[in-house]
Design a protein around this ligand. Structure first.
Ligand code: SF4
Length: 234
């Protein structure tokens, strides 16, 4: 009798866990948050990144990657560029048309604006690292899909594990919201540091947004001043 009731209890428990997991999946939740302050990305999202030995290995893996349908429409992959020992990493959303053509991140008009921002804080592109959440261009520059982000983000995490930057600057609403697993507006996220895999992350407006809205320049300037202070901190 005792054994039967233990079996019943066990089956009830399994059914309840199964139903909870199905409910979480239906809600789009892929993992349970550990704590609010542990930083998004620690608890949710991509599969555990593969430990790559070098940036060259990551580049080679990205170049042959077919983990999501974007490999069918890309011209070139855009793994990232810059100093592999950088203290500061800029992360954007995904390559655009210019980047797709050249295989280099942030090379169009928005890229020129980013270069100006980097130089305005006394650094050069060769001193920082620049990457995107997605390494292939979404057709027509549409927003990345959640499954594309999930497939691609491990590369970014692996890059950050190798670079070990002191600070990350997320460019634009999509990059910030994706990395921080939030739907809060960029206007609310910017201006303060958040945690991403144990690294300080400052969201700010995308350089392309700045081109259309020059009045946002002051906010971006405030954000990157804080980023620079963190970059310089001993
Ligand atoms: S976007 Fe990322 S995951 Fe998708 S094919 Fe390109 S490299 Fe692979």
């Amino acid at each position: 009798m005792l054994q039967n009731s233990l079996v019943d209890e066990y089956l009830r428990l399994v059914a309840s866990v199964k139903s909870h997991v199905e409910e979480q999946i239906a809600l789009g939740i892929r993992a349970t948050p550990v704590s609010e302050s542990s930083g998004a990305g620690d608890e949710d999202g991509p599969a555990a990144p593969i430990a790559y030995e070098s940036m060259e290995e990551i580049r080679a893996a990205v170049e042959s990657c077919q983990a999501c349908p974007l490999h069918e429409t890309r011209t070139n992959t855009v793994p990232g560029a810059g100093n592999e020992n950088a203290r500061l990493v800029f992360v954007g959303e995904a390559p655009g048309a210019d980047e797709d053509r050249q295989g280099v991140p942030f090379v169009g008009r928005a890229g020129q604006k980013l270069t100006q921002i980097i130089e305005a804080i006394g650094l050069s592109r060769s001193e920082v690292y620049i990457a995107n959440v997605l390494k292939c261009r979404p057709p027509g520059n549409r927003n990345p899909l959640p499954e594309e982000v999930q497939a691609c983000e491990p590369y970014l995490i692996a890059q950050l594990q190798l670079i070990k930057p002191r600070v990350i600057c997320a460019l634009g609403a999509f990059a910030a919201q994706t990395l921080l697993r939030t739907d809060q507006r960029i206007s609310r996220l910017r201006g303060q540091f958040h945690a991403y895999h144990g690294i300080k992350l400052m969201p700010t407006y995308h350089p392309a947004f700045l081109l259309r809205n020059p009045r946002a320049k002051r906010d971006v300037w405030e954000d990157v001043q804080k980023v620079k202070a963190e970059h310089d901190r001993e």
